[in-house]
Design a protein around this ligand. Structure first.
Ligand code: SAH
Length: 217
């Protein structure tokens, strides 16, 4: 296991950033954040850890996955976040996406339904110096005590758009959510206007693990 971040990892990360740029990611702040976060330290399995800078999703504990870097960059760019924004993430998983958001200077709240992942990732983010407020809970309910948010990002495939998440958006803020049952979801951006109306933009097809209700101990 590589517990460190050395020049080889940094070199592989620069190549990953170049690849994401080729694939169409143009938001410089997002690319810089991808260039800063040591993805190999968010993957435990040593065989997959060696491949951490490939643009691929890998298995993590509890039968979940660390999202593909392209997907992380694409979703993050859709959030259009500014330093200091309060962002809610649903589906903490490995904490990689959480760390990318944190590297962009946002204040992150993240919910995970699997307790072992919540505990492991809380320890990991603290150890690596990324600040985020993590909760073990059910993302269908959002996080009412910290609402409203400047943006909400869902990193699992939602069977429908949870009303609580729409309610917890500030005016002008967006919910970025992959919607659909089965293997493939459609990325939707739901932007709330000043009068509370929602404008939906559809941004292509992606594959996520499913969003499931209720906490798992
Ligand atoms: N952002 C993560 C993605 C992990 S996969 C990463 O890059 O590592 C999606 C995660 O969503 C899984 O960890 C899964 O357990 C979690 N999840 C699924 N349904 C959920 C729900 N209702 N509330 C909170 N988390 C949920």
């Amino acid at each position: 296991m590589h517990a460190t971040d050395d020049f080889r990892h940094q070199g592989m990360r620069r190549r990953l950033v170049a690849l994401l740029r080729e694939k169409g990611i143009s938001n410089e702040a997002v690319l810089a954040a991808i260039g800063k976060v040591p993805r190999h330290l968010f993957i435990d399995d040593s065989a997959f850890q060696m491949r951490a800078y490939e643009d691929t999703a890998f298995p993590i504990p509890c039968g979940q996955t660390i999202s593909q870097p392209y997907t992380v960059a694409f979703q993050t760019a859709l959030l259009d976040l500014k330093p200091g924004h309060r962002i809610l993430e649903v589906g903490t998983g490995s904490g990689y996406q959480t760390a990318v958001l944190s590297a962009l200077g946002a204040r992150i709240f993240s919910i995970e339904r699997h307790k072992p992942l919540y505990l492991q990732t809380k320890e990991r983010l603290a150890r690596l110096g990324f600040s985020a407020s993590l909760s073990h809970g059910d993302g269908f309910a959002g996080l009412k005590r910290e609402a409203p948010f400047d943006g909400i990002l869902v990193t699992c495939g939602a069977p429908f758009v949870p009303q609580a998440l729409v309610e917890q958006l500030k005016a002008g803020a967006s919910l970025v959510i992959p919607v659909g049952e089965g293997d493939v979801q459609e990325m939707q951006v739901m932007k709330k206007s000043g009068d509370g109306a929602i404008e939906v933009t559809r941004c292509g097809r992606f594959k996520f693990v499913p969003m499931l209700a209720e906490k798992v101990k």
